[in-house]
Design a protein around this ligand. Structure first.
Ligand code: GLY
Ligand code: MN
Ligand code: MN
Length: 435
């Protein structure tokens, strides 16, 4: 395994959190993702479903986790099913987890081969009052592809039409939103690698390099540090491209005098980091670039302070909008009188800052979480304001990752440069080293 997983004690703790929310007689089943096909006999690299990863750390296709705290036999209260391995599989695909290894990693006492799943369900479902089925309830999920979980849920509902059905997703959103200590460490590890990649880019960047060359530098640094790669498709947008919010083609030259916006984050052990930095291609901000940059930076610093336990995320976003409004007036982009008369449902700042400021971060980059409940200790958020001025071919976003604590925040990006002077000094050093 390329990464150090969380401890079995933490996976036990995650399952204990889930159990606390189950009704009496509830039996929950969690499935792995499919290995997605490409074409011919090709497939995409396996990416484990975040919920089963969270509950047991088993990063292997076809694994199933069954949680049934009220099962009659204590051995049936937690069962992990893993794909049966064989000498042939070991030769062609490499060794898969043995039952002993899966048990040690997850802390689950009963480990069976996946081939035993159907018979086990038939044996245990009659004891259960409620079937807890999982589904993707992310606010921005896309349902075009039928997942393994959706298929298996259909089978269970057909087999047991008279069992009551319960949703696991709201429980998962609740428990995953407050990170345990080892999860925070894993996110910090991912951030550490992302920070190294940023430093590497500062040494590498110069007029004429292609955006994809910058991407290659980042990927190189990720892989050599034990990451499997990017937590999401990186955005490397120079000049006007920085104003295209989901720009991922990364195929233009970085030109002298332009800024380059880089939104990338390494994945480590399933956990995401999510950084954005915007820097001058030639190493020096122009006065206008510096002014807009510092406006975004002030909003980021002030917004971070607002992420406190008890605050609602919609209130927070409204307050950040007001901070941004002031900065845009200061930059001459918005007119103070027009802002005073604006329709509050359509604030004028959205012309230059059209996305949200913060999202939950964890196993998914846009992690699941509680959007309509107060912020709580242990939540990890991004803070990522931006100003985009297409007519000036100028787009700036700065994004850090923040842990909310009992009475404040910890900036998990502390030490990753973001001040104008730091960036310029580091880029100047990089140039000297090359010359
Ligand atoms: N990298 C995606 C985002 O910043 O939300
Ligand atoms: Mn990002
Ligand atoms: Mn983000």
């Amino acid at each position: 395994m390329r990464y150090k997983p969380l401890s079995a004690a933490t996976y036990r703790e995650h399952r204990a959190r889930f159990r606390q929310h189950l009704e009496k007689g509830g039996m929950a089943v969690f499935h792995s993702n499919d290995i997605m096909p490409t074409s011919a006999d090709g497939s995409m690299p396996f990416h484990q479903a975040a919920d089963i990863m969270y509950l047991c750390g088993i990063d292997q296709e076809e694994s199933i986790l069954l949680l049934f705290p009220d099962a009659y036999d204590p051995k049936d209260r937690e069962i992990l099913f893993v794909r049966e391995t064989s000498p042939t599989i070991a030769i062609w695909e490499g060794a898969k987890l043995t039952q002993q290894e899966a048990g040690a990693l997850s802390g689950v006492a009963t480990v069976l081969w996946t081939t035993a799943y159907e018979a086990t369900i038939k044996r245990l479902a009659p004891q259960a009052a409620h079937l807890y089925l999982n589904s993707n309830e992310h606010l921005r999920q896309s349902t075009e592809v039928e997942t393994r979980e959706v298929r298996r849920n259909k089978e269970l509902r057909a087999l047991y039409p008279l069992h009551s059905i319960r949703r696991s997703a709201p429980i998962m959103h609740r428990i995953r939103s407050r990170k345990t200590a080892e999860e925070v460490e894993q996110i910090k590890h991912a951030i550490g690698i992302t920070g190294k990649a940023f430093q590497r880019v500062l040494r590498f960047l110069r007029p004429g390099v292609m955006e994809y060359e910058v991407e290659a530098e980042i990927t190189h640094e990720f892989i050599r540090n034990g990451s499997r790669g990017h937590a999401y498709t990186p955005i490397i947008g120079s000049g006007y491209n920085a104003c295209v919010l989901h720009y991922i083609t990364n195929d233009a030259a970085c030109n002298n005098g332009d800024l380059v916006l880089m939104d990338f984050g390494c994945e480590y052990g399933g956990y995401a980091s999510d950084l954005t930095r915007t820097v001058p291609v030639n190493g020096t901000f122009s006065p206008r670039q510096r002014d807009v940059y510092n406006a975004v930076l002030r909003v980021q610093k002030e917004a971070t302070k607002l992420l406190l336990p008890g605050v609602f995320l919609d209130q927070y976003h409204k307050q950040v909008g007001e901070l941004m409004e002031r900065e845009l007036i200061g930059l001459g982009l918005l007119d103070k009188a027009a802002v005073a008369k604006q329709d509050p449902a359509k604030p004028l700042y959205k012309k230059y800052f059209m996305h949200g400021t913060s999202h939950f971060l964890g196993l998914d980059v846009h992690d699941v979480g509680l959007w309509t409940e107060p912020i709580a200790e242990g939540m990890v958020f991004t803070v990522e304001p931006g100003i985009y001025i297409p007519e000036e071919k100028l787009g700036i976003r700065i994004e850090n990752n923040i842990l909310v604590t009992k009475d404040g925040q910890i900036d998990l990006f502390a030490g990753i440069p973001r001040e104008v002077e730091e960036i310029e000094a580091l880029m100047a050093q990089g140039k000297k080293a090359v010359a």
